[in-house]
Design a protein around this ligand. Sequence first.
Ligand SMILES: *Cc1c(COP(=O)(O)O)cnc(C)c1O
Length: 495
Amino acid sequence: MNYVSTRGIAPSLTASQAILQGLAPDGGLYVPEEFPTLPCAPEEMKGLPYQEIACRVMAPFLTDYTEEELRGCIDRAYDAKFDTPAIAPLAARGGLVYLELWHGATIAFKDMALSILPHLMVTAARKNGVTDEICILTATSGDTGKAAMAGFADVPGTRIIVFYPKDGVSAFQERQMRTQKGENTAVVGVDGNFDDCQTGVKKMFGDEAFREAVGKAGIRFSSANSINIGRLVPQVAYYVAAYVRLLEEGMLQAGEPMNVTVPTGNFGNILAAYYAKRMGLPIGRLVCASNENKVLFDFFRTGEYDRNRPFVLTTSPSMDILISSNLERLIYEIAGRDAAAVRERMAELSATGVYTITEEMADKLADFFGETATEEEVLAQIGRVYDEAGYVIDPHTAVGSVGACKFLAAFPEEAEAPMLVASTASPCKFAQAVCEALVIDADGLDDLARIDKMAEVTGIAIPAAVEEVRTAPIRHSRFCAVEEMKQTVAAILGL
Ligand SMILES: *Cc1c(COP(=O)(O)O)cnc(C)c1O
């Protein structure tokens, strides 16, 4: 199985090479040259542990990894870092089936991919004769940096350096990062905003002389961002595992379809569900749920992608996105894998912020359905789900829950199939919004006290990850000015 760029100019690569490369040199995203089929029917996977299902789903994508290598990566990723052996358990509540993707180290869905990516990368380096240490450089607005650090912490052959805006993250997020364990992790508070951090990191990637100096020390910079195919492939596995669990529960018979709703930002998670469908998993409709930044909702309704609009800050910040990078992979598929058609549209997007698809392309989107939720609807849904089903959901999951309910109201006949909703964060991660929705008085409390109050009122368990932030000692106390980022990296790497 080789990987080709959606822009069609960069040469094709093996899976491990594509994982090492990240973004293709022509600006495109790597996609499998064809969709593999599931190696066995879902009903034959009943009773298997998550790790085994993941191995069967990922193997046909990662054909240059030996089975032993892949198993090693999976076993090191999906271990006791997760607080349940089910890894991604289901919760059938209020007529929907929530797929809980937040049982990992940072209690949000990015752990599903970032806990395995470091192992896939190190294995890829070994396979391709790269002996350099891999150093992940990343800027974060709070969550992704922590999830990446948790994944890379103490993975031999890797280091990670995370920059965050010193006054631009919550006190809880800062504490989460500054208590991060791992001899190979470094965290730096920058005297600037998130854009400054991101620009600083981009400059280092583009600084040939600096890369050369770093290379002489046996270190190679890399990024862990969400367009890496090594983040997408592991996400396909949990949709297959969810289907298998529904069979086990008797909520589905072999071959019957399930529908899927995904609260969406960068379009990675829902694209993984589409890949699962293309592999032959019986998925009916794919409901793409947006918050008030509803570029994708409009796109699915009109066929026009238009990022020219005000950026709205919502209670689901991980979905506050106007350019959904992974959508390019879907455009490539609906364009009949015509890379020129993709190049044209991506050029329009960067020049004008708008592109449209042809009617023929739109016809291939029949399985997708866009929905959107206002802030008011999100808070009301958190309240309703708790009142009616005794289940507490976070604002991102609530966007999905609203989307699923709107879809089912519009197409009542679809209610025959189970509706899976990707639950992307623990309510503890967004306690402020949840307290507001449930009318829990938490005014004047800090994040940790607010979580305690919410747990006390609702009876939900506080994840170990939260307790750890409370008690772990501060390990990182580096700060720098925007123009000192490069020197700071040099100092951390001992250059
Ligand atoms: C990243 C994230 C999303 C959006 O996922 P995409 O793959 O970017 O669409 C949704 N919810 C949470 C909690 C996230 O962290």
